[in-house]
Ligand binder design. Structure first.
Ligand code: HEM
Length: 422
């Protein structure tokens, strides 16, 4: 529990970027206050600085949804709370952006279910099991590269490498392009953190350029696969699959961008948070390391609950409605704060305590049940499992040696750097 002075309910401003640089305890305490006193709270729209033009429409504000029950209700009713109107970010995205960046995450039926049907086979548990060996090889290689060093930046040298390699391998991206892909996906997700987008330059322009570079790479790969089919996912997606459906090259490009941003930063942050949490909870670590197979299923989900790498998703209200007694009008924005639902004291016993044996664990770190539930959840769980199995086996004394250097973002609960020794 926090020992810091909690903010009063009227002092909480989720649209102020400074709020998101507060210590985690301060943030968690503020959300506890919102859940208790104002579980559906209205906030003005955040301001995004765009020095060199490309104005973003300034919206009317949004409702922050902080209770687990309301987030599950909204996720279950896409006909009332849709994703396809101006996107899943708080600030509306212009239509051209949505086509490019959103892919299925910004779509509603029937487009959403068509796309999801085409790609979902590649992410079901059986398929994910079949890539286990390549995840293991990737994890081994990453560990080989740092093993002799004794210390390293865990995020850049270990955690970030695995999901990037796994997605690039699945899609058939050549190794020579990994750095470019990594750099561009950082720019897209950081939304203005000065480490990735230079202070004074336009984050929106940087975002668009990064998207363009990735789309171009994918268009080239797709064109090559049409000529010369290979055994990667790109090839499967450009050729008709079992249902006779395939993706157009531009659908493929925006799906690739979604996979990169949805699959990279999230999984890498889960792995980075995990090392920090294991370092600061040594008894939990001992239990997991010495009972690996028994504890893993609950441990991995507890890490995702506790860390909540994706802080929110937005939906837009399609018709006047009521949610937990609060009236919402057509066009209102509702923002689902998963971090808050994952600490909801009505659902979780001792929600602020990491408990790697927590069961049941109905967390919403991968979203709540509904059509947009994380497509990559099985893959992410597998990557986290393999990474820690290998780390416990090969670098058994690895631990964080410094405080996490956090990403300045309200969207991703990111760790940019974490020094470690082994
Ligand atoms: C720990 C890691 C991860 C976390 C915490 C995470 C979290 C999320 C969340 C919160 C959503 C939105 C759910 C909703 O709106 O209802 C989502 C959607 C999605 N995720 Fe993940 N994710 C992770 C890993 C991955 C991976 C590895 C991939 C793929 C390689 C992936 C691909 C996707 C896709 C494609 C969607 C959109 C699904 C749709 O709109 O139908 N994610 N994820």
């Amino acid at each position: 529990m926090t020992t810091l002075n909690p903010l009063g309910v009227d002092d909480i401003d989720l649209s102020d970027l400074e709020f998101w640089t507060e210590p985690w305890e301060v943030r968690d305490a503020a959300f506890a206050t919102l859940r208790a006193e104002r579980p559906i709270a209205f906030f003005r729209e955040p301001e995004i600085d765009t020095p060199t033009s490309i104005p973003l429409p300034s919206g009317p504000g949004y409702y922050a949804i902080t209770k687990h029950r309301d987030i599950t209700e909204i996720s279950r009713h896409p006909e009332i709370y849709c994703s396809g109107r101006s996107g899943s970010t708080i600030v509306d995205m212009p239509q051209e952006f949505l086509e490019f960046f959103g892919s299925m995450i910004n779509m509603d039926d029937p487009r959403h279910s068509r796309l999801r049907r085409i790609v979902s086979q590649a992410f079901n548990p059986r398929m994910v099991k079949s890539v286990e060996k390549s995840i293991e090889d990737a994890a081994d290689e990453i560990i080989d590269n740092v093993r002799g060093l004794g210390t390293c930046d865990f995020v850049t040298e270990v955690a970030a490498r695995l999901p990037l390699k796994v997605i690039c391998d699945m899609m058939g991206v050549p190794e020579s392009q990994y750095d470019m892909v990594f750099n561009r996906s950082n720019v897209i997700l950081s939304m203005g953190d000065p480490e990735y987008v230079a202070e004074g330059s336009d984050p929106i322009l940087a975002f668009l350029n990064a998207g363009n570079d990735l789309a171009q790479l994918m268009q080239e790969l797709a064109a090559q696969r049409v000529e010369n089919p290979t055994d990667d996912l790109t090839s499967d997606l450009v050729h008709a699959n079992v249902d006779g459906e395939s993706l157009s090259h531009s659908e493929l490009a925006s799906f690739f961008i979604l996979l990169l941003v949805a699959g990279n930063e999230t999984t890498r942050n889960a792995i980075s948070h995990a090392l920090w949490l294991l370092t600061t909870n040594p008894d939990q670590r001992r239990d997991w390391a010495s009972n690996f197979d028994a504890v893993t299923p609950s441990a991995v989900d507890e890490i995702v609950r506790y860390a909540t790498p994706v802080i929110f998703m937005r939906r837009t209200v399609t018709e006047d409605t009521e949610l937990s007694g609060e009236r919402l009008g057509q066009g209102d924005k509702v923002v689902l704060f998963y971090n808050s639902a994952n600490r909801d004291e009505d659902v979780f016993e001792e929600p602020d305590r990491l408990n790697l044996r927590r069961s049941p664990n109905p967390h919403v770190g991968f979203g709540a049940a509904g059509p947009h539930f994380c497509l990559g959840a099985h893959l992410a769980r597998r990557e986290i499992t393999v990474m820690f199995r290998e780390l416990f086996a090969r670098l058994p004394d690895i631990e964080a040696t410094g405080e996490p250097d956090r990403l300045r973002s309200s969207f991703i609960n990111g760790i940019k750097h974490l020094e470690c020794s082994f």
